[in-house]
Design a protein around this ligand. Structure first.
Ligand SMILES: C[S@@+](CC[C@H](N)C(=O)[O-])C[C@H]1O[C@@H](n2cnc3c(N)ncnc32)[C@H](O)[C@@H]1O
Length: 253
């Protein structure tokens, strides 16, 4: 499947018009609060935010006194992040987990399903290996992946996903999802954006991997991590068949 991806794959993270809309369409919520509280509770001095995107969480962590490294391969997403960091508190790195040398971080996070965006299994193993190098022994890794048993992709169809946003330039903006394929643990879908003033429609194709708890636990083990907790939701409730998320907290051996 990855081979089928065109140059426009995940254009929501690259097309400047869609990147400019990202925070509006994906406002931070309980997930951001979870990671920010966790960093505080752990007393994490140095934090890696891998796949930091537009940097909302990274900037809030830095404002609270953590030493933050925000890493993302998308120049456009990092551009928004840098613009948000007026005080220059965060170290921004345009790259991926292979750039995490000599950091000795206490905590690494991947928020908003970055782990699923990294759908290629070789890339996923490289990501965990890079995080292992970037963390000190005993450091924590926290991230979430949607619970495959909850089958979120069934809602990624126009009828249940359609949203209208007013007050957007060239708006109103209509946004909806279309599901292309769910095969094994891979889901291919498109996000459609239609700008009312011009009638223009942009499409962002995406592929996500819905790894199971067992698969994630195994890949973490192979990369030198021990799983400490798996929560089912942002209130830290235990995982059940209907939980929306698999929220992993792992310790670097
Ligand atoms: C859904 S966004 C999440 C952004 C941010 N963490 C948040 O909470 O809003 C996914 C991000 O993962 C980044 N990404 C894609 N491939 C990556 C990789 N191999 N390593 C790290 N980040 C990656 C994308 O550029 C994008 O900014």
């Amino acid at each position: 499947l990855p081979e089928q991806e065109g140059a426009d794959a995940f254009s929501e993270f690259h097309d400047p018009r869609l990147v400019a809309l990202y925070d509006r369409l994906n406002p931070p919520g309980d997930d951001a609060n979870f990671y920010i509280s966790l960093a505080g509770e752990l007393g994490a001095e140095r934090v890696i935010d891998l796949g930091c995107g537009t940097g909302i969480i990274a900037c809030e962590l830095a404002r609270r006194g953590h030493d933050v490294i925000g890493v993302d391969p998308s120049r456009e997403m990092l551009g928004v992040a840098r613009g948000r960091d007026a005080g220059g508190l965060v170290r921004w790195v345009e790259g991926d987990a292979s750039d995490l040398e000599d950091i000795d971080a206490d905590l690494a996070i991947m928020s908003a399903h970055v782990a699923q965006v990294i759908h290629d299994e070789v890339a996923w193993r490289r990501t965990l290996a890079g995080l292992q190098r970037g963390l000190r022994s005993g450091g924590r890794l926290a991230f979430e992946s949607r619970n495959p048993d909850a089958r979120a992709w069934l809602g990624w169809v126009p009828e249940s996903s359609y949203q209208r946003h007013d007050d957007v330039s060239d708006g109103p903006l209509d946004v909806w999802f279309e599901l292309n394929e769910a095969a094994g643990d891979l889901v291919r879908y498109e996000i459609h954006y239609r700008f009312g003033r011009t009638g223009e429609e942009l499409v962002s194709p995406g592929t996500l991997r819905f790894r199971s708890r067992a698969s994630l636990t195994q890949s973490l083990g192979e990369a030198g991590f021990s799983v400490q907790d798996v929560f089912g939701d942002w209130d830290r409730s235990p995982l059940s068949a209907t939980s929306p998320e698999l929220i992993f907290l792992a310790v670097r051996d």
